[in-house]
Design a protein around this ligand. Structure first.
Ligand code: NAD
Length: 494
């Protein structure tokens, strides 16, 4: 237990939080990994005030972009060096496989490095002059920003918010999910070390674990917090957006999904099978972009679904620490129960459970939050099972005939996060990709991510964008400068 961090980071100090105690559990074993004390609402206030002072400290505020970039390069380096340790911590806390958590840790390092390079090369604009003046549009830090993340990919989601926020010149209050605070605290140690090495104020980052209701809410409402970066469920995002609207501060919202994957009759079947399975069953389906609704052309529906079912039965379910594991436990027993309840709902809606539909049996699974990869058929797209986000290893399959009807069904969802298209016909892919409401469309691939490519959701999947060059601008305020070039007084003064 002792090698897991239990101190939280408030205003540059590592300490025992003043809030309620929180047990964080290894979902593979049900064992408590660590008991930490969460932040209190008073500590959020303390962190916000110290963050505002740090953001305004000339040691930070006066750094030129290439100087600020040095901090991000150093964080990238330290994150990469600690990748194995970060992966082990995240696997222990989330249940994900080590292969995946190692990739997430390295992707976090890559995000810091990419944004450092972006920062060094970002340009301000001189706009076309329309009078006796030079006009410029420049960007400035907001001050203090809040970053609120879910439990599914903490180290990568943390980097996606902290890196652009620091690159932009802000201070950050990070609120990790209550179930998975450990890796965020480790990343906090890395960032504190980099800040200290470079002689920068350590209060530029606070890591404040706790419940959304107490700590998250205090971050969002705090008068000094001038922007929120939120990833999580749609209803939480909606309520945060309401508070941000009243404060008149920007909020970016990366929310839920129920993403369609389309297998056309002309697909490369081997590729599509692997892609569909990876799209839904990797991360045990606990991914906002999981390809959870599968539409298969009627001409190959029976054979394709039959093959999926036989391959799903062979997937190796086990602890994330076992290198053979493909499907780890779900993040928490409560979440496993909610996934199981969804499969019961599907049964009551008339679904045929083609495989899975239960927790695996045997002593190895006894205390863990496991659930078997599950394939459901026989439901209409307007059933709750096809419309609601399950966030687990549950795939619903539907046949389609006509492409217009397919587009209508694929878009008949409150969500619009991602879509997968498997086809050999590049014109068909082009047309379909443009007709589907989704922030990201993968063609003959799935669940690939790049720090240089913007990520956003349409409809109830979110508002605003993460990643890409403009990520830094999203954490800044824009200002216009007019520089007079004429010596003549303005006419009114004559
Ligand atoms: P959640 O909305 O319950 O919680 C997300 C975060 O918000 C947590 O840190 C939580 O403590 C905090 N929170 C909860 N209530 C709050 C409040 N009133 N004020 C402030 N903060 C509050 O989501 P979750 O169950 O942790 O995560 C799963 C959800 O996240 C899924 O819907 C999934 O699709 C979504 N998600 C989206 C993306 C994306 O990029 N679009 C990525 C990953 C996960």
């Amino acid at each position: 237990m002792s090698h897991h961090p239990t101190e939280i980071l408030v205003a540059g100090q590592w300490r025992r939080g003043a809030g309620a105690p929180l047990d964080t559990v290894d979902p593979a074993t049900g064992q408590v990994l660590a008991t930490l004390h969460t932040a209190s609402a008073e500590e959020v206030d303390e962190a916000a005030r110290a963050a505002a002072a740090a953001a305004a400290d000339p040691a930070w505020r006066d750094l030129l972009p290439h100087q600020r970039a040095r901090l991000l390069y150093r964080i990238a380096e330290l994150t990469e060096e600690a990748a194995d340790e970060l992966a082990a911590t995240q696997t222990a806390d989330t249940g994900k496989t080590l292969t995946e958590t190692k990739a997430l840790a390295l992707s976090a390092a890559g995000t810091f490095r990419y944004l450092a390079a972006t920062l060094e090369t970002a340009e301000e604009t001189i706009t076309p002059s329309r009078g006796p003046y030079v006009t410029m549009s420049v960007h400035e830090p907001i001050g203090v920003v809040g970053a609120i993340n879910p439990w599914n990919s903490p180290v990568a989601s943390d980097a996606q918010k902290i890196a652009p926020a620091l690159a932009a010149g802000n201070a950050v209050l990070l609120k990790p999910a209550a179930w998975t605070p450990l890796v965020s605290l480790k990343l906090g140690r890395i960032i504190t070390r980099a800040l200290t090495e470079l002689g920068l104020p350590t209060a530029l980052l606070s890591v404040l674990p706790g419940s959304g209701r107490v700590v998250g809410d205090a971050v969002v409402r705090h008068p000094l917090v001038g922007r929120i970066g939120f990833t999580g469920g749609t209803e939480t995002g909606r309520s945060i957006a309401g508070i941000a609207a009243r404060k008149l501060i920007p909020a970016s919202l990366e929310l839920g999904g129920k993403s369609p994957t389309i297998v056309r009759a002309d697909a490369d079947v081997e590729q599509a099978l692997a892609g569909v399975m990876f799209g839904i069953f990797s991360s045990s389906g606990q991914s906002c972009i999981a390809g959870s609704r599968l539409f298969v052309h009627a001409s190959l529906y029976e054979s394709f679904v039959g093959e999926i079912v036989s391959r799903v039965a062979k997937l190796r379910v086990g602890p994330g620490t076992d290198p053979d594991t493909q499907v780890g436990p779900l993040v928490h027993a409560n979440h496993r129960d909610s996934v199981a309840a969804y499969v019961d709902l599907a049964r009551s809606e008339g679904a045929e459970v083609l495989c899975g539909g239960a927790a695996p049996e045997g002593p190895a699974y006894e205390n863990g939050a496991y659930y078997l990869p599950t394939v459901l058929a026989g439901l209409a797209n307007d059933s709750r099972t096809c419309q609601e986000e399950i966030f687990g290893p549950v795939l619903v399959v539907l046949p389609y005939d006509d492409e217009d009807d397919l587009v209508e069904q694929a878009n008949d969802s409150v969500y619009g996060l991602a879509c997968g298209i498997w086809t050999r016909d590049h014109r068909a892919a082009w047309n379909l990709a443009h007709r589907i409401d989704a922030g990201t469309v993968w063609i003959n691939t799935y669940k690939q991510f790049s720090a240089s490519t913007p990520f956003s959701g349409m409809k109830d999947s979110g508002l605003g964008t993460e990643k890409g060059r403009d990520a830094i601008r999203a954490y800044q305020r824009q200002k216009s400068l007019y520089w007079g070039t004429s010596e003549a007084p303005l006419p009114w003064a004559n």
